[in-house]
Write a protein of this length. Structure first.
Length: 263
């Protein structure tokens, strides 16, 4: 608390947000002001496995301790998160990370875990917990029309905003592409490594073409850590209404989501 008070005194009466982006391979955090300006260099730690909810909270606490104090926090988690409660999370129920064996005991611990309450208690501040793609999206949308954000990383993330308002989450990652293959497996990092960037980029184009008549979006944003691997030829085929956005938007979105949800 002392560090938080001295930090706020130094920078003036600004509202700061601890933004945490939780991935399958790493958990990254930073403190930002209301304008989305970083007040410290981001800190990243490897995601520990096997990961119980208790260890997850401890990891977030330890990461936050390496950063300046903040007034509130936003945590983006992979999976279906509803009102701050984990309905299901694909990576954190595994023995050693994405694509490893699922541990039934972890499934039981994570499903129904009230992450918002647990983190608010541990951090001593208001906390919002959302799907990680939704937090990423908050950092890039304009607030005009129907905007869809797809994130390419360990798997596929998706978020939908209508007029700047977050729509109910859809787990497109679980949609079957063919028997025993869902979008997570079809477009995720293991497939990019196996296929190479050129063939993998063509898959992304096919994904976008398949989803376009489903959403009829006004603007599509493609982000996540693997967006940078899209080939120029494939980017050109994604259409004029598509924008490639940087992965750092996930941290900016941690601050901006509070403004969007207060509208």
């Amino acid at each position: 608390m002392r560090a938080q008070k001295s930090y706020r005194a130094h920078f003036g009466a600004v509202t700061t947000t601890l933004a945490i982006d939780c991935g399958g391979g790493g958990i990254k955090g930073c403190v930002l002001d209301e304008a989305g300006t970083m007040r410290a260099q981001p800190v990243r730690v490897p995601t520990p496995y096997p990961l119980t909810p208790a260890l997850f909270v401890e990891t977030i606490q330890a990461l936050a301790a390496q950063l300046p104090g903040a007034d509130r926090a936003t945590v983006g988690l992979p999976g279906m998160i509803r009102h701050g409660v984990v309905i299901t999370t694909p990576h954190y129920v595994t023995k050693s990370g994405p694509r490893s064996r699922v541990l039934p005991e972890l499934v039981t611990l994570w499903e129904g875990f009230d992450a918002r309450t647990a983190l608010a208690t541990a951090l001593g501040m208001p906390v919002r917990v959302l799907n990680d793609a939704e937090v990423h999206a908050a950092g890039v949308i304009t607030g005009q029309g129907l905007e869809v954000v797809l994130t390419l990383g360990t798997g596929l993330g998706c978020a939908v905003f209508d007029g700047g308002h977050l729509a109910p989450h859809l787990e497109l990652s679980r949609v079957p592409v063919k028997p025993d293959v869902v979008y997570d497996n079809y477009i995720g990092e293991p497939e990019r490594r196996r296929l190479g960037d050129a063939l993998w980029s063509r898959r992304v184009v096919r994904l976008v073409d398949a989803l376009r008549p489903v959403f009829l979006w006004d603007r599509l944003y493609v982000g996540g850590g693997n967006a940078r691997h899209l080939t120029p030829a494939s980017v050109a085929r994604l259409g004029d209404e598509t924008v490639i956005v940087p992965n750092g938007a996930a941290l900016v979105g941690g601050s901006r989501i509070w403004l969007l949800e207060s509208r």
